[in-house]
Design a protein around this ligand. Structure first.
Ligand SMILES: NC(=O)c1ccc[n+]([C@@H]2O[C@H](COP(=O)([O-])OP(=O)(O)OC[C@H]3O[C@@H](n4cnc5c(N)ncnc54)[C@H](O)[C@@H]3O)[C@@H](O)[C@H]2O)c1
Length: 449
């Protein structure tokens, strides 16, 4: 469908580039399966680059979400569906699908749509069991379609710079990686106590839902070498019924001790919307309407986001550590913590035989043991419009850009991780969680029941 020949770089913003094929016959046609937060963000790429990508189909049971994207991208009525199965039942009518459904709804659409020959951009986690992840990877490989799992951080310019420095020998041979993920106190309350990822049976365990990105990065920085051993500890702290303050109500709007609670839904949502803030996390609270003071108040009175954080059906870990030993003696440690001021702004330090790299999530420094000098690296980040404000900003933009280029050019080398690597880093997550649950060191790949 698409003519492919030599690549050219089109400069879109100061620091981001989209690779296109010369003589590209038409934009890459995409169907959005799951038109929620992520589906909407990724599909916005078409608004900035109509010459590269066109949204031609949408599947989502929520009429509000479906219609919003249908209008934005002028999608024909006959190409809108209330379930992904309808897309699988139709003749193939696009080049690619964006699968942005909830965690437990990744495997079936991914396998079915890969078999129909669609290239796939699949939200992370790939799936909620290792067996399902393996089936997805196999289906994509056998069908010869490109699979990009949305490990967006790999596309973050700071992360790319870290990898480039390692590969260029800036710290010599890498022997240790320390990586910290601050989830953020109100982000954790929003997503992992009240929201979509609070309960493992409904979504997935926290290490998979939140930190599959981080173990993927550690694996990536470790040069994709094999992890030999892993151990992990962690639990759900604080957000438990026994910690409910005396006198607290079941809902924040009528709680007499709300003013002393940092997790109050009034503070997280209502105060924000009163100041005109309608983006995440406020936008998530009203799934069937535009957020304003009335709709948010109503949602907090009746919906999940107005519940007392000490009285939810949450069970996922609020803090977890993972220790790893890779081939060649490289050790790594990772921590994920709910109780932080910063939201998802990871901190990393990497120690090697010739130097030490530190990154505060924005800027990078390398100290060279020989010269005893520190070099600072400032990595500018910019992306057009909404990509700067929602989700992972420029990383989301560069991820979609790489996927669309890969499809246009039928060249999987243009994406940063294919099915095999993605499966390996997911395997590490499942092995780490197994260690936590079984309270023992897991010997990776060989430690079977
Ligand atoms: N890459 C990242 O960093 C990142 C960040 C956030 C979320 N995620 C992942 O992205 C996925 C989606 O998250 P989200 O925040 O957009 O959630 P969301 O709830 O906003 O969107 C999911 C959408 O899927 C739709 N859906 C449900 N059943 C469907 C079906 N049968 N057919 C088609 N659509 C269906 C829902 O109606 C909803 O609109 C999740 O797996 C989540 O873990 C990834």
């Amino acid at each position: 469908m698409l003519a492919s020949s030599c690549l050219k770089l089109v400069c879109c913003t100061k620091n981001s580039y989209v690779q296109t094929a010369d003589n590209m016959a038409s934009p890459v046609k995409v169907i959005v399966v799951g038109a929620g937060s992520r589906g909407e963000t990724y599909s916005d790429f078409a608004s900035f680059h109509p010459e590269l990508m066109q949204v031609v189909g949408i599947a989502d049971p929520r009429a509000f979400a479906r219609t919003k994207l249908q209008k934005r991208h002028k999608v024909a009525e006959e190409n809108t569906f209330d379930d992904w199965h309808c897309v699988a039942e139709r003749e193939k009518f696009a080049d690619a699908v964006f699968i942005c459904t909830p965690d437990r709804l990744h495997k079936d659409p991914a396998v079915a749509l890969a078999k129909k020959g669609y290239h796939i951009l699949l939200e992370k986690p790939m799936a909620v069991t290792l067996e399902d992840c393996t089936q997805i990877a196999e289906a994509c490989i056998q069908s010869g379609v490109i699979l990009t799992v949305c490990h967006v951080l790999r596309y973050d310019p700071v992360i790319s710079q870290i990898k480039e420095l390692i590969d260029n020998g800036a710290v010599g041979d890498v022997f240790h990686i320390q990586h910290f993920e601050p989830v953020g106190y109100y982000h954790f309350a929003h997503s992992f106590v009240r929201g979509n990822w609070r309960n493992e049976a409904e979504s997935s365990f926290a290490l998979l839902a939140k930190s599959c990105h981080d173990l993927d990065l550690i694996h990536h920085w470790a040069g994709e070498r094999k992890c030999l051993k892993v151990s992990s500890f962690g639990s759900l702290s604080h957000f438990r019924k026994e910690n409910k303050p005396s006198g607290a109500s079941s809902r924040c709007l009528d709680c007499s001790v709300e003013s002393g609670c940092p997790y109050s839904a009034k503070k997280i949502y209502l105060d924000r919307v009163k100041q005109g803030w309608v983006r995440w996390p406020v936008s998530v609270v009203c799934p069937t309407s535009v957020p304003d003071i009335e709709s948010v108040t109503e949602a907090l009175k009746t919906g999940p986001y107005g519940r007392c954080v000490y009285e939810c059906d949450n069970d996922v870990c609020s803090n977890q550590v993972v220790n790893m030993e890779f081939e060649g003696g490289l050790t790594a440690s990772f921590s994920m913590v709910a109780f932080t001021e910063e939201i998802c702004n990871r901190k990393t330090s990497i120690q090697g035989s010739r130097g030490e790299l530190t990154c505060n999530g924005k800027n990078l420094q390398v100290f060279d043991f020989l010269t005893q000098k520190t070099t600072d690296y400032t990595v500018p980040k910019s992306a057009p419009g909404n990509f700067n404000t929602g989700g992972h900003g420029v990383a989301d933009y560069l991820l979609v850009s790489a996927f669309i280029s890969a499809v246009a050019n039928e060249d999987p080398q243009l994406i940063k991780s294919g099915p095999k690597e993605t499966l390996e880093s997911h395997r590490l997550v499942f092995e780490a969680e197994r260690s936590r649950l079984e309270n023992r060191v897991v010997f990776c790949g060989t430690d079977h029941d």
